[in-house]
Structure formats: C-alpha cells, structure tokens
Design a binder for this molecule. Structure first.
Ligand code: AMP
Ligand code: GLY
Length: 414
C-alpha cells in the first residue's frame, strides 16, 4: 500500500510514523514534508496541488491522508481533487472543511442542528463589532478564516478588543474576512477527536492542549505549547454527554446538510457549568495533540484510514492503550508573533523520548530551528505522573538559543 501524507509539521511526522508502523508495511510519501519526515517517508517531487495530484496518479498512490488544514480548502480542495482523480482521501472535501475554515459557517451549522456552543454575532467592521460587544467583557473575538490558531482573542477589556479589531480591520493581519463576537465561556477545555466515515464515527483518545505561550495559561495564544492525552482524561458520564449532545448530532448534521465527511474531525470543547459546548471544529487532527495521541494508538491505522477513505468503517482496526502521553513543545525565539530560524539544536541525541519535528531543517550534520514551534517531545507512562515527569525531563535535555517552553504542561488543568 502506498500512502501520501500532506503537511510538514510534527503532526504529520507522528502520522507518517504511525502509518508506517501499521501491519502490511505501507510505503510512505510526503508533500511538502520536512527533513525529519523524509527520514521515514519519500519526498513527492511536486511544487503545487496540480503536480501533487498528477504525481499521485502516476505513482498509483492508494491513499492520501490530509494532515494540515490549508490544503483541504486551497483551490478546489485536496479531497475534491483526489476524488476527481480516483484517489481515496482521508480528509473531507472543501465544502465540509468550511466547518474549520469559516467560524461563521460553523456557528450557523451548530445553531441549525442544536449543538451547544457560545452565542455569537458576525460583524464586518470595527464599529459594528464595538456595538455588538457593548460593555460585556471579557469578550471573545474570532477572525472568520484560517489563522493558524492565532485568529482568536479573548479580550479582558475595551483596550484589548480595540487592539485586536485594529489588527483585523486596519492592519488586516489575517487578510480579508469577517469577525465573530462571541460570548465568553468558562470551564476546562478538552479536545475530542473522532474518525468520521459517512454516517459512522469512532471517538479516539481525548486530549488537552495548552494554547497560551506561558506557564499558568498566561501570554498570547499559540498553535499549542504542549498536550496531554489519555482515555482517562474524561470520565464516562462526561464522554457520553459529549457524544450524545455534540459528536452524534454533528455527524447527523453533516449528513442532513449533504456535507460528505471521511476523515478526522476535531471538537474543541469547553466543559462549562451548563454542560459541554463547542468552541471550534477542526477538520483534521490537532497539533500538538496528534503527537501525544499517536504513541497510544494500537493496531492498523493505515488499514483503518484506507478503509474509511473508501467508505468502509472498520473501528475494530484501531484502539488506544491505557495510560498517559505527554507532549512538550519547544518553540523558537519570538514565537508566536514571529519565529527564529537557523539556531542550532543541541541535545537531541541524549533525549530518550520520542521527538517529532514541527519546524526544523537539517544543515550538514546538525538540526536547526526553522519555524515557530520547533520540536514536540513526547513521553508515555502508565500513570500521569510518570509520563509528565519523563516528558519534562527529556525536554530539558534539548536546547537552542532563545528556546521557549512551558513547565506546567500536564500539571495544570488535568
Ligand atoms: P479557538 O482557536 O477557537 O480554539 O480559540 C482559541 C482559544 O481561545 C480556545 O482554546 C479558548 O481557550 C479560547 N476561547 C475560544 N472561544 C472562547 C469562548 N467563547 N470563551 C472563552 N474562551 C474562548
Ligand atoms: N492544537 C490546536 C489545533 O490543532 O488547532
């Protein structure tokens, strides 16, 4: 079996390695890939989507796995192009990926199908936004488009709101687009992942990510500074409630709205005093949650995705081990407002944990930083304490100039 994984980060490396370890020894390929991914997968010599599709057809790729969201909505959409080329794709078509690409689309979808979420209004300019906020602070402002996890601002007061409104409407940091003014919700957050195949779904191992840059959930939002995963992260009652009020109605809603879906679906939830509510949908696995979850996966991920992409739901092919997995991110200087490339990474050889590369490059015989999030260091253990101690201890062995990390990953909010 030949599998192409699309993306270049730590999530894609975790997927590539887990797919490669599936029984049947599939051959892995990656686009655009990274120096780290290309240690396991072969490079796909393409520069754009057209060349990628042609290459996959010419090389008889059996399965395309979408890692990163941008390809799902770029041009005609990766899954749509794959469908036209007869290549099974694990990842939804463009029309369904609007659940992630447009927060307004997702909000309307949830309201239409009675899925619990914060109240929100869509606005198109600064004045209307300020009117919609009124004097209700904290308030949550969400740019209506893909923004690599940086398009959301939780604003404590008017000054913070005006600053973000400037970024969106004046400086256009994220490009053109609307904004949602959303009700501020409180409660612990959890990431629930489902593998969706038409009418069917399998809920995978839950995880929690740490979005703020600094310890104590302080500092700006990032793509994620770490994650913890375990089947024990939620109790049975909470998970049943999430399934009944959120996961099942979402999958049923997709069918009712004629939105085809075969792929991972990520529910970013807040466990509010009134029950679980959806903060966001993502139409792919989370990053860095994927790096934490994959080491707990047991079975045949390649077979599972291959069958799912063809419309055959085979939940018996994968399961998740008991125990815990903790992922710590090392980010480069300046992240998240900028990033720093070219810093030499030391200590990788001493690290006994699994390391996935989010943003690195190989230069001669050394690894260097090449992005905001640089490395994901992952340790598993029978207990939470064993996993987090190991993850932090192994992360401490790795260093580069200006490296940033959190020391409370899997200690806080578990
Ligand atoms: P998102 O990119 O939509 O996941 O939002 C990023 C982060 O902003 C979330 O992980 C939450 O911590 C926070 N957030 C988003 N929406 C809300 C909300 N309605 N109330 C409170 N915090 C929120
Ligand atoms: N960890 C958050 C995300 O993947 O969007």
């Amino acid at each position: 079996m030949k599998i192409a994984v699309i993306g270049k980060g730590g999530r894609e490396q975790a997927l590539v390695e887990t797919l490669a370890a599936s029984p049947g020894n599939p051959q892995l390929f990656s686009f655009p890939g990274s120096d780290a991914i290309l240690q396991t997968a072969q490079p796909i010599p393409a520069h754009d989507m057209d060349e990628l599709i042609s290459w996959m057809m010419a090389n008889k790729i059996d399965l395309c796995v979408a890692g990163e969201e941008s390809y799902l909505v770029k041009g005609e959409g990766l899954a749509n192009r794959c469908a036209a080329a007869g290549i099974p794709c694990w990842g939804p078509p463009k029309e369904s990926a609007q659940l992630e690409a447009s927060k307004e689309f997702a909000k309307k979808f949830m309201n239409r199908h009675g899925i619990p979420t914060g109240r929100a209004v869509a606005v198109q300019d600064r004045e209307t936004a300020l009117q919609a906020i009124g004097d209700r602070y904290p308030t949550v402002l969400k740019f209506d488009g893909l923004a690599a996890g940086k398009g959301v601002a939780v604003c404590a007061d008017a000054a913070q709101a005006e600053e973000f409104l400037d970024e969106v409407f004046t400086r256009k940091r994220f490009g053109e687009g609307h904004l949602l003014v959303e009700e501020y919700l409180t409660g612990p957050e959890i990431s629930i992942f489902a593998a969706v195949c038409d009418d069917n779904y399998l809920i995978l191992c839950p995880a929690r990510d740490y979005k703020r840059l600094k310890d104590g959930d302080e500092g700006p939002n990032t793509g994620g500074m770490g994650a913890v995963a375990s089947r024990r992260l939620t109790d049975g009652d909470t998970l049943r409630c999430i399934e009944q009020t959120i996961v099942a109605p979402t999958v049923a809603g997709l069918r009712k709205d004629h939105l085809p879906y075969r792929g991972f679906l990520y529910f970013g939830l807040m466990l509010t005093p009134e029950g679980p509510k959806v903060i966001e949908y993502n139409c792919r696995f989370g990053d860095p949650e994927c790096e934490a979850v994959m080491p707990l996966l047991h079975g045949d991920l390649a077979g599972f995705c291959m069958a799912g992409a063809r419309g055959e739901f085979k939940p018996e092919l994968i399961s998740f081990r008991e125990g815990w997995s903790v992922c710590c991110i090392l980010a480069s200087a300046g992240y998240p407002s900028s990033s720093h490339s070219g810093d030499t990474i030391h200590g990788l050889d001493d690290c006994a944990a699994r390391v996935f590369h989010c943003g690195t490059k190989r230069v001669g015989d050394e690894w260097q930083t090449a992005g905001g999030r640089v490395l994901a260091i992952v340790a598993t253990g029978d207990t939470l304490d064993a996993a987090r101690k190991a993850a932090h201890a192994e992360t401490a062995k790795i260093d580069f100039d200006g490296s940033q990390r959190r020391s409370d990953i899997a200690y806080r909010n578990v």
